[in-house]
Design a protein around this ligand. Structure first.
Ligand code: HAM
Length: 430
């Protein structure tokens, strides 16, 4: 037997039975971002490798170990985007969008990281990314948090996530902190694991992010970055917490929150959950003013976040009832030659008269019984039944499929259209 070709490990199909959940979340995402006046930007999936090295940082897990990098036919080194912040900023710089302008943008699509796949961690995963430019904050930092908060509420998962907040200060402040952190850990070398010993040389702040329980104590006693922040960074951070307090948005201060990408300064945040096991960060981001100059722009301001859609949906799936709509409202059964012929015409008339109605016509024949089974399986609310006799009288039967108390009715075709206009729930203009 021939070997069937399978999908790449860590890259998943979204099957038709799963797409309603995706569409449900995507609709809410669009609505919420629209409510804050954000515009969509669409970006390439492949970028020059150099872009990610320069922005995410040479000594990060993503750049060192996780990128899908290849030489194209011209010999240029290209990479499948592991995240969207770098590409979004590259596009805005390239098209001159940052010159004396303010932007509020979002993008949505697949990202690629060669991580070890497990529940909630994939090699292809989807992100909603939101990036803003030209605003020094702290009001825009807070606006982003409000957007996320509204999204959780609309999706019904507000009580499943917690906001963690920290400030990484400026690069200069972080350098001073880095030195004290290195001397502290050098005094406790025997308590560091192999990974942390390596990070001590390359990226010591990342040691704070360790998941190793054996290192909990040594990390807990390490110096705190907050004590190294200058007046401006502290003022910015305090202003954000004041806005959040004012709006009644709860948060936890987490001085160990350092993020796995190098471009951040000042505000960083993560929304975490206890319901998804070890991959509990659903959404994360922060301010990255410095990256603009690093990529060749003039000094400016940037802050944003990205949300992992698979993790978001896994959280939505923990709800008792997910409010999903079937992709079919009405299923048309056609039994007999005349019914088959007339049915398609009648279906077109219904679609003309009821925009937004999802009408599926049985194709490929079959007995009444087998068509009826398909109608039931389609998830439709009503079956329209056309037999030769009915059609020759200009009539049709309507059978409710989800409500046993509603009777089946024989109506004229015009009455049937009126019935569907009134009775199909959730039609966009119904
Ligand atoms: P990140 O923390 O690398 O940040 O990723 C953001 C979110 O993407 C994570 O919190 C998680 O939900 C999801 N995610 C990351 N890796 C995976 C994976 N392998 N499988 C499934 N989900 C994953 C960024 O990407 C930044 N660009 C965020 C940002 C935007 N900062 C400023 N603007």
């Amino acid at each position: 037997m021939a070997n069937n070709i399978q999908a790449i490990r860590g890259m998943h199909d979204v099957l038709p039975e799963q797409t309603p959940l995706w569409q449900f979340a995507e609709t809410i995402i669009r609505e919420v971002l629209g409510a804050y006046g954000y515009s969509e930007i669409r970006l390439p999936i492949v970028e020059k490798t150099e872009l990610f090295k320069r922005s995410i940082g040479e000594v990060t897990d993503i750049v060192e170990k996780e990128m899908y990098t290849f030489d194209d036919r011209n010999g240029d080194s290209l990479t499948l985007r592991p995240e969207g912040t770098a590409g979004c900023l590259r596009a805005c710089l390239e098209h001159g969008l940052l010159h004396n302008q303010v932007h509020r943008l979002w993008y949505y699509g697949p990202m690629y990281r060669h991580e070890r796949p497990q529940k909630g961690r994939y090699r292809q995963f989807f992100q909603l990314g939101v990036e803003t430019y030209g605003m020094a904050g702290p009001d825009i930092d807070a606006e982003l948090i409000l957007i996320m908060e509204r999204l959780w509420k609309k999706l019904g998962i507000r009580d499943k996530v917690r906001l963690q907040l920290n400030s990484l200060g400026t690069i200069a402040e972080r350098m001073v902190y880095r030195d004290s952190l290195v001397s502290y850990f050098q005094g406790h070398l025997e308590q560091l694991d192999e990974d942390s010993l390596r990070r001590l040389e390359t990226n010591p702040l990342r040691i704070l992010d360790t998941k190793n329980p054996a290192m909990r104590e040594v990390v807990a006693n390490a110096p705190e970055l907050m004590n190294y922040l200058g007046d401006d960074s502290l003022e910015h951070f305090n202003a954000i917490t004041t806005i959040l307090n004012d709006l009644g948005i709860s948060y936890e201060l987490n001085s160990r929150l350092v993020r796995g990408l190098d471009y951040y300064s000042k505000t960083v945040f993560e929304w975490v959950t206890d319901e998804l096991g070890s991959q509990g960060t659903v959404c994360a981001g922060g301010r990255y003013d410095g990256l603009i100059e690093q990529l060749g722009g003039k000094p400016n301001h940037a802050v944003g976040f990205a949300m992992g859609i698979e993790r978001l949906l896994a959280l939505v799936e923990t709800l008792d009832a997910v409010p999903l709509k079937s992709s079919v409202d009405v299923y048309m059964i056609r039994v007999g030659e005349i019914a088959e012929q007339q049915g398609l015409r009648f279906a077109e008339a219904i679609r003309n008269d009821i925009p937004g109605l999802k009408l599926q016509v049985n194709c490929g024949g079959g007995s009444f019984k087998s068509q009826f089974k398909k109608a039931d399986k389609s998830g439709a609310e009503f079956a329209l039944i056309l037999g030769d006799d009915e059609v020759s009288r200009g009539e049709v039967s309507i059978k409710p499929l989800r409500n046993a108390e509603q009777p089946q009715q024989q109506l004229s075709q015009q009455q049937a259209i009126e019935f569907l206009q009134i009775n199909v729930q959730g039609r966009p203009n119904g």
